[in-house]
Design a protein around this ligand. Structure first.
Ligand SMILES: Nc1ncnc2c1ncn2[C@@H]1O[C@H](COP(=O)(O)OP(=O)(O)OP(=O)(O)O)[C@@H](O)[C@H]1O
Length: 128
């Protein structure tokens, strides 16, 4: 999309360019934020495992919870980066903004953890 104020960017709809931009953003987040990097690896392992045992658990629910957690984590990283860019010094307001973003990411991790635990119980009950 074109920046309405700066006139930068491209006009029109370019899905492949959008996908390339999104992948580049995800790559940057993985390389520069360990919190994102380890969750990507952990999510890939868990999703593979859940897909393998999909006849015993609800893979769609795990997929949804994992996707939601990763989206929240990427937004948290974006807000942290924006805060660090706008205010390199210590600032109580920046602290509060980052804490709120961290709370959103924390809730998504909690939902992810509870979902995985419930599905693990299903698998355990099915295998007994
Ligand atoms: N410029 C700042 N001024 C005041 N407090 C800050 C500032 N930067 C960070 N903090 C405080 O430190 C906490 C951690 O911020 P930081 O940017 O280091 O995130 P992080 O611990 O690396 O998070 P994540 O693990 O998600 O990457 C914030 O939640 C906030 O309370």
């Amino acid at each position: 999309m074109q920046n309405k104020f700066l006139g930068t960017g491209h006009q029109g709809f370019h899905p492949l360019r959008k996908m390339r931009i999104a992948l580049s953003g995800a790559r940057y987040a993985v390389l520069h934020d360990f919190a994102v990097a380890y969750k990507v690896v952990l999510s890939a392992v868990i999703l593979f495992w859940c897909f393998w045992y999909r006849q015993w658990l609800d893979f769609s629910i795990v997929f949804l919870a994992t996707g939601m957690m990763m989206v929240a984590e990427l937004f948290n990283t974006t807000i942290e980066a924006l805060c660090d860019f706008l205010e390199p010094q210590e600032n109580a307001k920046i602290g509060v903004i980052k804490d709120i973003a961290a709370a959103a990411a924390g809730i998504s991790i909690l939902v992810w953890g509870v979902t995985l635990s419930l599905e693990a119980v299903h698998v355990w009950q099915a295998m007994r």
